[in-house]
Design a binder for this molecule. Structure first.
Ligand code: EPU
Length: 343
């Protein structure tokens, strides 16, 4: 197995924070995964492409960066079944599917990151979530030292959430994700920006529009280091929403199937006057206030401090607690949000 020691992770995290790890392992086969001891795995952080990870301290823990590659396709009368290994790039998989006439993932084009990371936080955009198309996830369990298959229901998917982020966190690795793409394609084109596409609406047209929308709003991490949305959109109950709406009739909102209401964290941050705010080399993006940019800081702690400041302002103005979507990693592993001062 490829192993590197005393390794800089600067190009392995989209915030471009120059942390160093004592050791990084690159298992590229199931056999190599099985060579990692349970003790080592327990102390390690599993890194995909580092597009949703904030290294908060000067050093990082041992890193396991799975490097399994490959895509396999089978089909039945009604579905294409696409199985992709965890280290495949997410956007490349989307393009591969569309170019091969297998549709459904087009709304998720250009989301940064790897295939293996996609189910962990159930990536979503423009009206769909990846869980809408996942049939199963294959997982290598470090304790049992074997592969386990999780059905869609067993993955316990929620908004930016899954069992892999909760009870299974740090206990194994997603090796493959198995997608079920119906041959009877249905456009999901109700999201603002997609709802004015010219007829006939095609998967290619949706993908092109999604790419255009994302490029217009979301900064390219190589130019302006960032991790996409920093916070989750908050979900509140109807009574609180009704009271808030009296004061803010223009506030965007999305009713959830269970009656709760999702608000736009970017809008809240902009209303708090923080769009474009900068401090200590980090700041709130000028086009999309839900994105934090690392302009020229070498310290993840500056981003932690800015996120805590944003939370304070939003709490003071709206009495709403913003929860980070990004994961905070200290030198001994993942930090509970409480321990970052960013709860
Ligand atoms: N808005 C503002 N000011 C801002 C940002 C947004 O007023 O600075 C308003 C917009 O005008 C709009 C609403 O807030 O009315 C929602 O904004 P947008 O459509 O840009 O989406 P979002 O809720 O900010 C979510 C996802 C994105 C995903 C987009 C599109 C989360 C945390 N974020 O953002 O996902 O691309 O919808 O579906 O759910 C990510 O997770 O990294 C990510 C980029």
């Amino acid at each position: 197995m490829k192993i590197r020691t005393n390794f800089s992770l600067q190009t392995f995290n989209s915030f471009n924070v120059p942390v160093v790890t004592a050791e990084v392992l690159f298992p590229s086969t199931l056999k190599e995964l099985a060579e990692i001891s349970i003790e080592k795995a327990a102390k390690s952080y599993i890194l995909g492409e580092g597009t949703n990870t904030l290294f908060c301290q000067e050093n990082a823990p041992t890193i396991i960066k799975p490097s399994l590659m490959g895509i396999e396709v089978t089909e039945s009368d009604e579905y294409f079944q696409v199985s992709a290994a965890c280290a495949q790039n997410w956007h490349d998989l989307v393009v591969f599917c569309i170019d091969s006439g297998m549709y459904g993932l087009e709304n998720l084009a250009l989301i940064p990151g790897s295939v293996g990371a996609a189910p962990v936080q159930n990536i979503g955009a423009y009206g769909i979530e990846v869980s809408d198309f996942i049939e199963r996830v294959t997982w290598f369990d470090f304790v049992q030292q074997k592969l386990i298959s999780f059905t869609n229901a067993e993955c316990q998917f929620g908004y930016r959430n899954s069992i892999f982020k909760q009870t299974l966190n740090g206990k194994g690795i997603i090796t493959h994700v198995h997608f079920l793409l119906p041959k009877a394609w249905r456009a999901v084109d109700s999201y603002q920006g997609l709802n004015d596409l010219a007829f006939p609406i095609t998967p290619q047209a949706i993908m092109a529009k999604v790419i255009q929308l994302r490029q217009a709003k979301l900064p390219e991490p190589k130019q302006l280091p960032n991790a996409g949305s920093f916070f989750k959109n908050p979900i509140i109950n109807e009574d609180f929403f009704n009271a808030l709406q009296q004061n803010y009739p223009q506030m965007p909102f999305y009713r959830q199937p269970n009656g709760e209401i999702k608000l736009a964290a970017g809008w809240l941050i902009e209303q708090a006057g923080l769009k474009g705010y900068r401090h200590e080399g980090v700041g709130v993006h000028e086009n999309q206030a839900l994105v934090i940019i690392n302009y020229d800081s070498k310290h993840g702690q500056h981003i932690v401090a800015l996120s805590a400041y944003i939370q304070e302002k939003i709490m003071a103005k709206f009495n709403i607690h913003l929860v980070p979507e990004v994961r905070f990693i200290g030198e001994d592993g993942e930090l509970s949000i409480a321990s970052t001062g960013c709860q």
